[in-house]
Write a protein that binds this ligand. Structure first.
Ligand code: MN
Length: 317
């Protein structure tokens, strides 16, 4: 089959993690010729959307509708499907489908209808998003909790082998659109084995243990430029901060002209980090937002300290 760019009148924009991969798989099962873009933030999604002049319909999945993203949707046939708390439920610039408490992939699947054959993958997406859903319980009963955890790990490790590789993501999602298990897809299995054999997860944990500093209730890890945690960034930091009994984790990654901050809340009753990131970046630039317990921000280099100070004050530690 010849896939011509002009035939791709439907465009999916989603994240490159497990939730995004499962979303893409479900979407591709319905629209096998669609164009798929993987991004890491709502601002990256709005940039991709602004450049796309040819798609008739655009679906933006797993990205919270901030002002820039809604602006980019204006005048387009755009639908945002998400599971981050939505502060603009009445905005008319895009169709908004937002449900919390389960993965974006699950929200997408019920929006599209059908998708019975994807229940195992949806339960995997729910679990990797730290949710706890009735579907996860059903799948644990049907397939065994160990198998479910194992398959979630296979898919979650696989994309981390090379976090920049969107061609892998697309191919993996296309295979998963046949409702296979992650371990049944050789492409995914091989990447998983690479990450596993190189012991990247335990090595990433070791790096975090060496470098994390504790600021009040926040475990802070600073990375510079090309530093990496072998693909496990925030996940490894959250793990170590959790073991130390801390309430928040903050990964501060310094790039050329700004710092990307990932914030995670490790307590149920902590500060609403999505609201905090949005409010902080309104006054201190560039962009930010997210879930109560998982948020991101881009801030100018000289605002890093201030962000940590304000979070510490809010947390009362
Ligand atoms: Mn998600």
């Amino acid at each position: 089959m010849f896939i011509n760019k002009d035939a791709r009148e439907t465009h999916l924009i989603t994240r490159g993690n497990v939730d995004g991969l499962v979303s893409a798989a479900i979407f591709l099962s319905r629209y096998p010729l669609c164009r798929v873009s993987f991004v890491t933030s709502p601002s990256a999604a709005s940039a991709v959307l602004s450049k796309d002049r040819h798609s008739r319909e655009v679906y933006v999945v797993d990205l919270s509708p901030d002002e820039r993203l809604l602006e980019a949707c204006e005048g387009r046939e755009a639908t945002i499907i998400d599971h981050h708390p939505c502060r603009r439920p009445d905005d008319r610039r895009a169709g908004l489908v937002v449900e919390e408490d389960r993965s974006a992939a699950s929200v997408l699947c019920s929006f599209m209808g059908g998708g019975e054959e994807f229940r195992h993958l949806l339960a995997i997406a729910d679990s990797v998003e730290y949710m706890s859903t009735p579907l996860m319980e059903d799948m644990d009963t049907e397939h065994g909790a160990r198998r479910m955890a194992r398959e979630a790990k296979v898919l979650d490790f696989s994309w981390r082998a090379n976090i920049k590789d969107d061609v892998f993501r697309y191919r993996a999602a296309l295979k998963l659109s046949q409702a296979l298990w992650p371990s049944e897809v050789p492409l995914i299995w091989r990447r998983f084995l690479t990450v596993q054999n190189e012991r990247r997860w335990p090595r990433a944990l070791g790096m975090v243990r060496d470098r994390m500093r504790v600021y009040g209730e926040i475990g802070v890890l600073e990375l510079n430029g090309r530093d990496s945690l072998l693909g496990f960034g925030t996940r490894a930091l959250v793990h170590v901060a959790g073991k130390k009994g801390l309430s928040y984790a903050a990964l501060m990654h310094r790039r050329d002209d700004h710092t990307s901050v990932s914030l995670r809340g490790l307590r149920e009753d902590g500060v609403d980090l999505g609201a905090f990131a949005e409010r902080f970046t309104l006054c201190n630039g560039v962009s930010g937002g997210g879930h109560p317990r998982s948020a991101g921000a881009r801030v100018p280099l000289d605002r890093e300290r201030r962000l940590l100070m304000e979070l510490r004050e809010l947390s009362g530690a």
